[in-house]
Design a protein around this ligand. Structure first.
Ligand code: HEM
Length: 136
């Protein structure tokens, strides 16, 4: 597999992720679920590592990701994912050369599809807890 992480480099990953979330916070639909984030410097730090690792780099933080549970709690929907991916694509294209933007976007699309399938199949733990508590 191509070493996209090192081709882009940690500095550009950090700049792109930071720019993306600055736009998320201004976005008409995405700003609503992201209002739950109360420590933005921490969120940015863990998301920068997430992308570095997802693109092929080595972990450097001792942080335990809980991606399905956090997205269930945040109210993930396939409609919000469409907005998320569109904004992410726009950010990648304005920060990186086309080939690197396309390689990174392909990775985001695959992760987005996994999140959508987990959501559709009811495998996000938060959703299961909510469903369980509805039972008598
Ligand atoms: C391909 C698409 C997406 C990727 C790769 C992604 C990735 C991530 C990751 C890695 C985290 C950190 C999880 C953790 O701290 O354990 C996170 C947090 C979060 N994501 Fe996403 N996400 C995506 C789409 C979305 C969408 C569509 C929403 C809309 C609801 C969303 C809302 C959030 C929120 C609100 C948090 C913070 C949760 C918290 O800290 O309580 N994400 N995301």
């Amino acid at each position: 597999m191509r070493d996209i992480a090192n081709d882009i480099g940690r500095e550009r990953i950090a700049q792109t992720v930071t720019a993306f979330y600055a736009q998320v916070r201004q976005h008409p639909t995405l700003s609503i679920p992201f209002a739950r984030v109360d420590d933005w410097p921490h969120h940015l730090e863990v998301l920068i590592q997430f992308w570095w690792v997802s693109l092929g780099g080595e972990r450097y933080l001792g942080y335990d990701y809980q991606v399905p549970a956090k997205h269930a709690a945040a109210g993930f929907t396939p409609e919000l994912l469409v907005d998320w991916l569109a904004l992410f694509k726009q950010t990648l294209e304005s920060h990186l050369p086309a080939d690197l933007a396309a390689a990174w976007y392909a990775r985001a699309e695959r992760i987005g599809n996994s999140l959508r399938m987990l959501h559709e199949d009811g495998h996000m733990p938060g959703l299961q807890i909510e469903q369980a508590s509805d039972k008598p």
